[in-house]
Design a protein around this ligand. Sequence first.
Ligand code: ADP
Length: 482
Amino acid sequence: MIESPLLEKLTGYIGGRWTDSAQGNTFDVYNPATGEVIAKVPSMPAEDIEAAIAAGKSALKLTSPYSIETRRKWLEDIRDGLKDNREEIGRILCMEHGKPWKEAQGEVDYAAGFFDYCAKHIQALDAHTIPEKPKDCTWTVHYRPIGVAGLITPWNFPIGMIAKKLSAALAAGCPSVIKPASETPLTMIALFSLMDKLDLPDGMVNLVMGKASVIGKVLCESPDVPMLSFTGSTEVGRKLIVDTADQVKKLALELGGNAPYIVFEDADLDAAADNLIANKFRGGGQTCVCANRIFVHEKVADAFGEKLAERVNKMTVGDGMNEGVDIGPLVNKQGFDKVKRHLEDALDKGANLVAGKQPGELGDGLFFPPTVVLGVNREMCCYQEETFGPLVPMALFRTEEEVIEAGNDTEFGLASYVFTADPDRAQRVAAGLRFGHVGWNTGTGPTPEAPFGGMKASGIGREGGLEGLFEFVEPQTVPRGF
Ligand code: ADP
């Protein structure tokens, strides 16, 4: 069992108190590197979720709102708490998720960056008077907190994803009811241990854990939760849209991706390969911004494949707690089986293995070696679905028009990447790609300063940047007559 000063309590947190009325109903949390159960946490009943919403409601202040200074202080305190505890939170995150410890610590820094950004820019949420005087009145715009927000996060960034949502919710003055993924609740409990020591009003942050269907139902049906912010699969996102339609709730959704990574014949192939390694194998390939379809111009495909294989063959797969490990285990058996299925399907349908192992040589555990295949086409599962693992499928292309069309040949529109030395071509391709993020000669993902989110079935709304800061407020106009 995992031990940590940040995990002294292993329960939910409601109205400023550690709370557990699950009466011994628990679920297991595993270390995916060893398969061991490292903690048991409560599967909270619907009454607890309702109590968390009620606590949130009592912390919502409309007529005497929390001042900008107060909210800024909350954000700065959480940022500092994360920075001071980056190693320990990183260790917990590594143990329940599997990503390398250093990468996990980097995620804690990343999370702190969102609180920092919101603290620095919170003034943008202050009321302002419109300089023009439409209809002979003086018009003031206030940014009111939307109310109690349900924040639902996935397991692939156990601290990063909640940081994006919670920083903006707190900046707006919105209390929240937070549900972590069942694979990674411990990092969230650690965050609540930090927040428990801060001067946050009781009920401002509430933690609920357990069955997604139970928690989701209460959050969708409660009239006291006007907004849900969710990161996860498009399938669940669609369900939330349907289940909240009656109440017309505000939804912020960051859903699946199927990122194209386009390498033109004039690209710096070493830079394209280095960026692909960093992008594709972050979190073991289990992120929604990981390149999923690599389109390489036919003139450079062999050279690029060699560069990639050279790099991939040097990578180490293992327990993320061990020094020198580049790729940890996949988070669970379901994830492992999906990557294996995609590899088998691609090889069966004619792709060639450039680096990695044959499906029959994969061995025990959840460790999947970095694998590169060439000759992928749209009939294959790895082209159509998000693989969420360390499989690099390469397809060939000839023209710019063809590759823009191929890149867009998906219902998703989250992240995309284009490598070319020609700035005009980069601009044309970026404009043609229906993706919320287009990296030009970089595989970098979202940052706190820039708005990030999806087009098409990849979601609604943005996180990060000023756009993200405004997600949890309702603009209210107050015209004053003379
Ligand atoms: P992933 O593939 O990352 O597990 P999911 O969409 O299944 O993506 O899960 C993302 C988050 O949404 C997790 O916290 C999960 O428990 C939660 N979730 C799953 N189903 C529902 C639901 N019906 N209502 C609310 N939350 C849900």
